[in-house]
Write a protein that binds this ligand. Sequence first.
Ligand code: ADP
Length: 491
Amino acid sequence: MLDSVRVRLTVWYSAVLAVVLVLVSTTTYLIVRKTSMQRTDGDMAVLADSFLVTFQAELADDPSTPASGVLSAARQSMIEHRSNGDVFVILSPGGDIIATSSEPNSPVTKPDALMARTLASSEFRHFAKMAESKEVSLETIPGARGRFRAYSRQFKANTQTYLLIILHSLHAQNEMLETIRLTFTWMILLGLLLAGTGGYFLARKSLAPVVEMGTHARRIGAANLHERLPVLNANDELGQLATIFNDLLNRLDQSFERQRRFVADASHELRTPLAILRGEAEVAMSQNGRKAEDYLESLGILHEETSRLIKIVEDLFTLTRADSGQYLLSPEDIYLEEVVAECAHSVRTLAREKNIELSIDASSECPVHGDQALLRRMILNLLDNAIKYTAEGGRVEIACRATAVGFEVDVTDSGPGIPPDLQSRIFERFFRADPARSRSGREGGAGLGLSIALWIAEAHQGRLELVRSDATGSHFAVYLPGPVGALAGTD
Ligand code: ADP
């Protein structure tokens, strides 16, 4: 049950409220009890004053012997102060009870049975004993009719020191305190019940959007990834949570869409060479008595298409690993101009086949920290494109040089250029400015070469840009940072 946030919130809320209520009511109760006791003590002191004033007046009027004068003055004073129900006790200088008023209406020298038990109790005797040494003393003592507040005052009569003790029953006060205790207890219980119920419904209402979000989110899958969570109030915490979740869904949706397109494009690219392979194989098998040259020609086509397939699959594999972050670079200290020279050497046969003039400028030293195989692949892709898209007898140049911030490789050709409206898309996967031309023959690229080259440049914290492309040709440039600080976190 405590797994529910609603219940946990309610329990916490009620527990805190309970602590606060108990603290407040206990403090209030203690203050009331103390104040009431102080008032009782004050009243008893005033009563003792008044009693002794009456007593002294009665004593002065009484012509009898000193001992009987004290007794009758005490009785008279008790009669005059009987109305409030307090019990007066007069003790002789020797500590004996000489007069007491245990019945409010008729003070008698002999107390009633219950009061007699109180006056005979050890607590009362102990109090009376202590009071003999102090002018005034106060104490709460147990009695036969409940607890009493005992007040004592020494007074002089006929040169002797007597003791006046007033016993005030705390019964009424205890009843009042009991009522307060009960009232507080019920109020706390009722308050907790109301607050707990209210808190539970409040928590349920506040968390309802979360539950709704959960239900909605559970329904969202690959098939309906375009659906979004409802945002009731974009400014509150739950609204912000829903917005964040929706942003996440947006990114997931886009990523899914990219993956879907990638798979669709990849399948499409693979279909053409596979269809050619099957067609060629069928032709070779269907014709009996073919000449050896015909078979050789078919095998040549099969070989060419298979190589094309392998190249596409390799490129796809590279991009997939790059996307998932699984392609770990193996950086080392290398000289970029040497890599450029090697690449130019590799493509010179291709250039010669098309009678293209290939010039190379890689004289300055360019020490970089990078993955040699990948940098080689990037430069070869650019050179391959330059030769592929340049007409017979054209010109391709490659140059490598150090700049103020790093190194630059420029590949320039005298090809037909890329139409201005398509230039921004050439780094997209599977994009070809002229698909019909690209798909046929040796020039049939899958539109992945520049995507891979761009990824390689960025994986080296560099850039690949199309600097210029017009009717006179195209100019691609790779910018790589200097050896210091390059390739952080790639191995
Ligand atoms: P592809 O395998 O088709 O060459 P790329 O990703 O390497 O794929 O290039 C994408 C497209 O950009 C090419 O299809 C081509 O239309 C265009 N392109 C790339 N390099 C050049 C270039 N040097 N001259 C003209 N067009 C180019």
